[in-house]
Design a protein around this ligand. Structure first.
Ligand code: 5GP
Length: 291
């Protein structure tokens, strides 16, 4: 039988305390949703999340001092020394609902970002992806072919026409549309549902038709229209990127006119003067107007 090594045991204790401190810090800074931390803990009993005390989780929430933490524990019927992995099924359920329903910033939300061609939707979405890892992105399926630098399964799932037809027939899409008269794009329901149920917010960067379909299917979704500072600026951005032919540009600008006229349908309009500023505003709106 091996004798426990006290030096090793204390080094292990220091490591796990540090890992727990990192999780608490990530919750406090808003980098991780507390509900997602719980789901991680319950999915893997040996994770640092699993060894977090429920008191520590609650105490990391914005505005939660010792008194509010104590009150919440009492309301949830959870004792002070209980670690997340030690919670029973009913306690887990109560904590899940409590985190989901409490007022403030924690309600997982579906955010739709739409806007005309060349307005910078993709760049703003990429900025959010890089800076706000707590906001997840659904990977769309598309029938267009892969471009240099794109990765299948990361930027899109690149599928054949037949596979797209099958996905439509099997009801796998939350929405889908033919974009720019060319290829089909669709948001798989499963990727959105999985993230929302883990407590994460999801951002969809889709076209106007897609935004309308999502609003019908999920009226609680937050819709944001990304607008250019002016019409001239939109034309300048489209010409500047130089990826479309003259004819294609003219067609996209006609579509853009129609799309710009639809901005009143959205919950919010964000003007894209500056990518970082616009991205920050989108995240602020997602958190109910404050970040
Ligand atoms: P691109 O081919 O340049 O990546 O995207 C072209 C257009 O397709 C963009 O306007 C983008 O917002 C839109 N798009 C990308 N994914 C989806 C999707 O899943 N559904 C819909 N409706 N549009 C999408």
């Amino acid at each position: 039988m091996s004798v426990p090594d006290p030096v090793q045991a204390s080094a292990q204790a220091v490591r796990s305390r540090r890992a727990r401190a990192e999780v608490k810090q990530a919750i406090a800074s808003g980098d991780r949703a507390p509900l997602e931390v719980c789901e991680t803990a319950w999915g893997d009993a040996s994770s640092p999340e699993a060894s977090l005390l429920t008191t520590e989780l609650l105490g990391s929430l914005r505005g939660f001092g010792p008194l509010r933490t104590e009150q919440a524990l009492e309301e949830l019927g959870i004792s002070r020394r209980r670690r997340l992995r030690g919670l029973g099924v009913h306690q887990r359920d109560r904590l899940r609902h409590w985190l989901r329903d409490r007022p403030g910033t924690d309600r997982p939300n579906l955010v739709v970002l739409a806007g005309p061609t060349a307005v910078g939707k993709g760049t703003v979405a990429q900025f959010i992806r890089d800076r706000y890892p707590q906001i997840k992105h659904a990977v769309s399926a598309t029938t267009r072919s892969i471009r240099p630098g794109e990765v299948d399964g990361v930027h899109y799932r690149f599928v054949s026409d037949a596979e797209f037809d099958r996905m439509v027939d099997d009801g796998e899409f939350l929405e889908w549309a033919t974009v720019h008269n060319a290829f089909r794009y669709g948001t798989p329901k499963s990727s959105v549902d999985e993230q929302l149920s883990r407590g994460n917010s999801v951002l969809l960067e889709i076209d106007l038709q897609g935004a309308r379909s999502v609003r019908e299917a999920m009226p609680e979704a937050l819709t944001i229209f990304l607008a250019p500072p002016s019409w001239d600026e939109l034309v300048r951005r489209l010409v500047g990127r130089g990826t479309e032919s003259e004819e294609e540009r003219a067609r996209r600008l006609r579509t853009a006119e129609v799309e710009l006229a639809s901005q009143h349908e959205f919950d919010h309009v964000v003007v894209n003067h500056d990518v970082a500023e616009a991205a920050h505003r989108v995240v602020e709106l997602l958190h109910g107007g404050v970040s």
